[in-house]
Write a protein that binds this ligand. Sequence first.
Ligand code: SF4
Ligand code: SF4
Length: 379
Amino acid sequence: MGGRRTDEKNEQGRGSGLEELLALHGQRCVHCGLCVRECAFLQEYGTPGAIAAGRGRQEPELAFACSLCGLCGAVCPPRVGLRPDRMFLAMRRQAVARGRADLSPYRALLFYEKMGTGRWLAGAFLPRGCDTVFFPGCALPGSRPEMLRALVLHLRRSVARIGIVLDCCTKPSHDLGRQDHFESMFPALCRGLRERGVRNVLVACPSCHRVFKEYGRGLRVSTLYEHPDILPQATPFAAEVTVHDPCGAREEPEIQAAVRRIAAAVSLTVREMEHHGARTVCCGEGGAVACVRPGFARQWSRRRSEEAGGRRVVTCCAGCLGFLGPLVESSHILDLLLTPRQALAGRVRHHRPPRTYLNRLLLKRWLGRIFAGSSCRLR
Ligand code: SF4
Ligand code: SF4
């Protein structure tokens, strides 16, 4: 019975229409309040069941105040097994499809995505015989270009014929409910990879991981962190830290464990925060809520930094670092492998826009030089 409910839970929202999800949440939610206790959005709008039975159909645009973080599903009792984040995503999609979503507050985010898929910043560097690529995503190349160069040079030594793909997985459009755009972009990227013989995608970003895992047919995706044999050797540096699990890795215990194994290899002692693993708390970036309800986004970030209790936060998501960095000392797990002394002393620079665009442009040019003759466009 438990297994069947888990399968149902995983299926919620995959191919299900909004009507189906509203009916499911309206009927099954027992209004226990466990999710409401965790979430400012639900405290304002009511339980997922109440939303489904009331405003969900008439006002699907209210879902733009939800961070799509998935914590509600993680705390929902197993006997109920709801996934409200999937219902809220379906509401966003309907609001966009009906022209009822005002996407103007997301202009900067959509520009960021457009640049990430455009000819200036996107590009693939695929040596002959390449069947494995590293896909660093958008945030890491912009915010940590020096570290990324060192990592690329290392991966070229540790993985035969590895390729690099600079591109955007278009998760911003996915999460904003721009389903038509997402479906016109991401499958084309995957097709371009498959047609060139690529079968394995190594990612750095847990959000890219989620997109490739859910939609990247014919491609095997895993994070770099799950392959310690191809990563640089760790230099031991004793210190106490805490780990922030990104929402994108909420349902990925292997990624959560891999990050902690790397921390242990660097001799770091991890003291867990109250919310971690499957019950992790959003950094504030989720669902681009900061663009429309900055108070909700701040509430998540503040909560996360309070739970850190003064310890350095280590994470595998460069996007989370952008949100948590101003509030709490934080490091990317790759900083700890490549530049541990600087990372623990807080001396690794996290670049921010507009500098990030220049960094990505320069990185692309650099890759063009070191992968001479191997560059191509995938879409
Ligand atoms: S996905 Fe996150 S923000 Fe949205 S309702 Fe659930 S817990 Fe709240
Ligand atoms: S935890 Fe589940 S059953 Fe309880 S209020 Fe939230 S969605 Fe409803």
